[in-house]
Design a protein around this ligand. Sequence first.
Ligand SMILES: [Fe+2]
Ligand SMILES: [Fe+2]
Length: 285
Amino acid sequence: MPALAVGSDEHKATFCRVFVDTFHPYEVREVEWPALDADELARLRALPFWHEAVGSERTAAARVAAMADVEPDPVLREAIAMQAYEEARHADLVESLMRHYEIAVPDAFPQKPRDAEWGFLRMGYGECFDSFFAFGLFRIAADSGIFPRPLVQRFDGVMQEEARHILFFANWVAYRGLQLPYHLRPRFLVRRGLGASVQALARARTAMEMRDGTVNDDNFTMQVPPELGDVTLTKLAQICLDENERRLAPYDDRLLRPRFVPRLVRWALRTGGRNANGAAPDAAG
Ligand SMILES: [Fe+2]
Ligand SMILES: [Fe+2]
């Protein structure tokens, strides 16, 4: 197939159509949670991220809905509103699981951001980080049985929806940067850079807190449960890279892929490997 010109109407039509055509319909109220044995239930309740997960999904839903509200283009708005629906459904799904298995549910609901574009940019880059690491951690947790096997398939669908979200975001951000009138492009470029930097710095801080043993509840996908202690960071990074590629593989290969986080992780792997071998650190570091 001929390449897509990024920023063209065909590019927009394609990344929106891929998103809308791969929607998976289901209602949370129809989900039947399986019975878990005592060990599985204990492992489920011990997972450290439920509280943060439901909060993150509610925040994502509010931010994406705010962007859908201000998007004048009906094709983009349909896709963004669908993402907002999916984020709200993720929050409802996690909440439903927590209630069913008697895990305390937080009652805070975020406000819609006043600056919709900034909220969407920050959220999008945040998802690019969180989804990348969630893909790998989910694979390890599912294979090891730490995540109860009867629930794997249900949450595999959530992971795949997150893959669609970051694919959409990577294309939206490139499209928007080229569609804006010339005088507004530098401002958008700065906001893109800031959005990515804010999220990268937050994850770097979490990584340092993990190293120092002071990690808090933020950036939950960066937390590795202690049961996974025998997974080295290098192995985790490789699994995340492989899973990221696998999850994004089914979609039209003319679309842009989220590249920022995989590149950062590949660079860290190369730099870490060289430093561990006693070679000079990468000049870029
Ligand atoms: Fe989500
Ligand atoms: Fe998402």
